[in-house]
Write a protein that binds this ligand. Structure first.
Ligand code: NAP
Length: 493
């Protein structure tokens, strides 16, 4: 079941939110601690979906500022009005009082929250299950991905003992258990009515939960894909991959994982039903020490952006170069062409490797005075190299920009002066936020053929998808959904 919390601050506002939630929720949680002088008879009469009434105090992470007696009186009133559930916090004397007051209709949810970390939850459950509650609820903050497994294991334990339980992790790191808790037998999971209507950290919106992550389709057999990075909230990959998985009807879900400790994540990926994952900044190099095997491209680049789990072993690949080559080849071949590549960081290295493989004559330019990075790329992959000034004297067929310059918010910046942009040449910028960078705008004005950064992003995502599923994604779909999202949202808001 999916529960939508109602977090309006007035009775009228709450009634409006309830009306909005009715179609989307299986059950509604009325957070009366958010409401100033809640009119419970009005809020509970004629309801069309089961309602949980919750009145969490400030000390318990809620907004109710009254005392225990007042809290009990409100819950008692909810019970008298026939609320389907009331939620009381553990440890709390209220539960005994609530139980005594309980007519057959109202069920008690006895809940434990920890907003700081995930402690030994089985110990807490052992104490809680002594209570006469109908449903137990254990919700903790995940500080590492492995915390999610503790909560999913707890659900299995409780279900094996015939207990109803709600259990998952809060916070950006808690997405795995939020998405999988019901598949493991959890009584419900929460989703916000809309962005900005969350009642707890890490809550996903109902539309995302149903349309992107396809929560109803998730079972214990669903294979997990995802992307690890830090930060990760603005990643386009979940949208791109889940759209294609949905379109193809494949039983995978792709999740964004905010990861500080890649070792802990890899441990979790080994234990849980992962098929693989993408790796982004800052873990592309560090991840290597935790893997069992490396493909040749990843070994030569010293960076992994795609991991595949096969027969319990984790193998690292690099699809950034495949994405860059795919993007370019839609417009032109690089064979025997003179390519100027600006940037010798992770992406620059991958592009240099890919274009050399395809027979391009690549010159890498970088800003540093001693040219250590540019020289390394040159020596590793057989490219010429130099400083940015050399752009004035180089003839090229293809110019590729692979530094962050021009990225939001510095959208008026470009490393290439207009005098160096020549009609008919191909100019590719791998920055995709904004879609049309200053460089691409100038290039268009000078009559160049341009390729934006989304083409490479979609290209690397499609290549990863093929490694995991062995299937061909529908042509252009990843790029199309990402383009639509980027043209309607600012990733940095
Ligand atoms: P990185 O490893 O940090 O390398 C950054 C490169 O840019 C280095 O060569 C660096 O030079 C240079 N640079 C940074 N600031 C500069 C400045 N102000 N002026 C001149 N050069 C500058 O980063 P990366 O992973 O290669 O990523 C580079 C950009 O590509 C980022 O914006 C990233 O979002 C984008 N990207 C896009 C895709 C895609 O699929 N479209 C994929 C990967 C990356 P120094 O060595 O002198 O610091």
């Amino acid at each position: 079941m999916i529960c939508i919390p109602i977090v309006a601050s007035t009775t009228e506002g709450a009634l409006q939110e309830i009306a909005g939630a009715l179609e989307k929720a299986d059950i509604i949680e009325l957070r009366i601690d958010y409401i100033k002088n809640p009119d419970l008879p009005k809020l509970l009469s004629g309801r069309k979906k089961p309602v949980i009434v919750t009145n969490r105090s400030v000390q318990q992470g809620g907004k109710f500022t009254g005392g225990k007696k007042e809290n009990l009186a409100l819950l008692k009133q909810a019970i008298e009005l026939g609320a389907d559930y009331v939620d009381v916090e553990f440890p709390n004397q209220l539960i005994e009082g609530s139980r005594r007051l309980q007519p057959a209709r109202t069920k008690i949810i006895y809940s434990y929250h920890n907003f700081q970390h995930t402690p030994e939850v089985k110990k807490i459950y052992k104490e809680m299950k002594k209570s006469p509650a109908d449903v137990l609820k254990v919700v903790t903050r995940a500080n590492k991905i492995s915390d999610n497994l503790k909560l999913l294991d707890l659900i299995k334990l409780a279900r094996s003992e015939g207990k109803q339980i709600i259990a998952f992790c809060m916070g950006e790191t808690g997405i795995l258990s939020r998405i999988f808790s019901c598949a493991y037998g959890g009584f419900l999971t929460y989703a916000a009515l809309a962005e900005g209507k969350e009642s707890a950290p890490g809550q996903i919106s109902i539309d995302e939960m149903r349309n992107i992550y396809r929560i109803e389709k998730i079972t214990q057999k669903t294979q997990v894909l995802g992307v690890i990075g830090n930060p990760i909230a603005h990643s386009m990959s979940p949208l791109m991959h889940n759209t294609v998985l949905k379109e193809m009807g494949l039983d995978y879900v792709y999740l964004p994982f905010k990861v500080e400790d890649p070792g802990d994540f890899v441990d979790t990926a080994r234990k849980f039903s992962f098929r693989g994952f993408n790796v982004t900044i800052p873990h592309k190099r560090e991840i290597i020490e935790y893997l069992d095997e490396l493909a040749e491209d990843a070994a030569r680049l010293g960076a992994v952006n795609t991991v595949v789990k096969q027969d319990g072993k984790l193998k690292g690949y690099n699809t950034d170069w495949l994405g860059a080559v795919a993007a370019l080849e839609k417009v032109t071949s690089s064979k025997d062409k003179n390519v100027v590549l600006i940037g010798a960081g992770g992406a620059g290295r991958a592009i240099a490797y890919g274009l050399k493989k395809k027979g391009g004559n690549v010159t890498v330019l970088n800003r540093e005075e001693e040219l250590l990075m540019a020289r390394r790329v040159g020596d590793n992959f057989g490219c010429k190299y130099g400083g940015l000034k050399e752009l004035d004297s180089l003839e090229y067929d293809i110019l590729i920009h692979a530094t962050p310059v021009g990225m939001w918010p510095d959208v008026v910046e470009s490393l290439v002066e207009k005098k160096n942009l020549r009609k008919g040449k191909v100019v590719m910028d791998i920055v995709y936020n904004p879609l049309q960078t200053k460089l691409l705008k100038d290039a268009e004005e000078c009559g160049c053929r341009t390729i934006d950064g989304l083409k490479m992003l979609a290209g690397q995502a499609e290549a990863s998808f093929r490694f995991w599923t062995g299937k061909e994604p529908p042509s252009g779909l990843m790029e199309e959904v990402a383009r639509k999202r980027l043209s309607t949202t600012n990733l940095h808001e």
